[in-house]
Structures are given as C-alpha cells and as structure tokens.
Ligand binder design. Sequence first.
Ligand SMILES: [Zn+2]
Length: 215
Amino acid sequence: MFFKPIIFINKFLQYIMNLGGLLVKKKVQEKTHPKLPDKKKVQEKTHPKLPDNPVIIKLLNQIAGKRGHEVANVLSGKELTDDEVANQMGIRINLVRRILYELYENRFANYRRVRDENSGWYIYYWQLDPERALEYVNTNQRQLLQKLEEQLELENNTIYFSCNNECPKMPFEQAMENDFKCPKCGGKLESYDNSNVTTSLKQRIQSLRQQTLGN
Ligand SMILES: [Zn+2]
C-alpha cells in the first residue's frame, strides 16, 4: 500500500516530462554524444595494409590466385564494400565476392556488417587481416606436423604384414589372429617392408619443419 503513491508520483513526473521535456532531452543527447572522428583518418589508422612479406604474398597467391592478390592490393590499408572493390578493379561483383569469401575462409580478410537504415539490407565492409591468416596457416602446419610425426612413430614401432594383392597392410598381432591369411582376398600374409612409407613421411616432416621455421 505504500507503493501506490510512489507509482502515482512517478507517472505524474513522466507526464510532465513528456509535456515539456522532449526538446530539452534532444539537446542533452546532442551534447553528451561525442563527436565522431573523421572517417578517413580512422581508416588510415586502423585498417591493416598488405605487408611486404614474401611468405604472406605466397600464401595469398595460393589462396586466391592473381586476382586475389589484386583484390588484396585494393583493400590494403582500407575498408571497402564489395561494390567499391569491383568498381575500382573494373571486374564483376560476383567474382569479387567469390574472392573475398575465399580470403575470409582462410582468415585473410574480415568484414564488418552494418545494417542500412534505408533499405534494411546489410552492408559488408571488408578489410585485410594478413597476420591472422599467417597465424592460421602456422597452426594448421603445426597440427599436420604433429600428425605426421605420430604416424612416423607408429610406422617405426610396428611390424607390418601384407598380401601381394594391394590389400591394406596390418600389424603383426592382427596377421597372427588371421593365421597369416589376408582377411580380404585370402592371400598369404608376409612381412611388409614399410621403409618407403617411413622415408616419404620423413621427407614431408622435414620440408614442413623448414616451412614453419621459415614463417
Ligand atoms: Zn589381400
């Protein structure tokens, strides 16, 4: 019962504010909102440029080819819509979108989505993110390296058996369980020389290590 008068007073105050307060409110809003900085200055400051790093350039060409490299050049240090990129390059917007998507998939580009108040459509502002792409590649390479090393260890520590009919090889224990008869073709299982496998694994590991070190 104590709350009723308070609610009444609140409603009364709201009524007064609605009558006379609208103009005052607007002025206060204008005062308290900080002035937006010049858009061009912000662009120059915050959007990454395409670095002059041969590893990144090579990666870019692998991801999106020559056109991708050109799109990245146009986007370098800027934030642009797909439309603006297409206009600057004089190529079809669908092609630009495809390239931007490829770059995005590989973490090479990122976008900021803004809803257009007039049309209700989303506008995508694209910018480069080459450092993130490099990080992504390095992470993938490290994971691959780890997998290959695990596989090499397994190959080194296992005695394999196989038939001569290109069926999958199997470890000694499994061959014994099958009485040294191939479960797939019935052929005789004999010890299998996996040195080709280990050699090629070692080569892949070595070249991958050099690449990751090169990054
Ligand atoms: Zn077989």
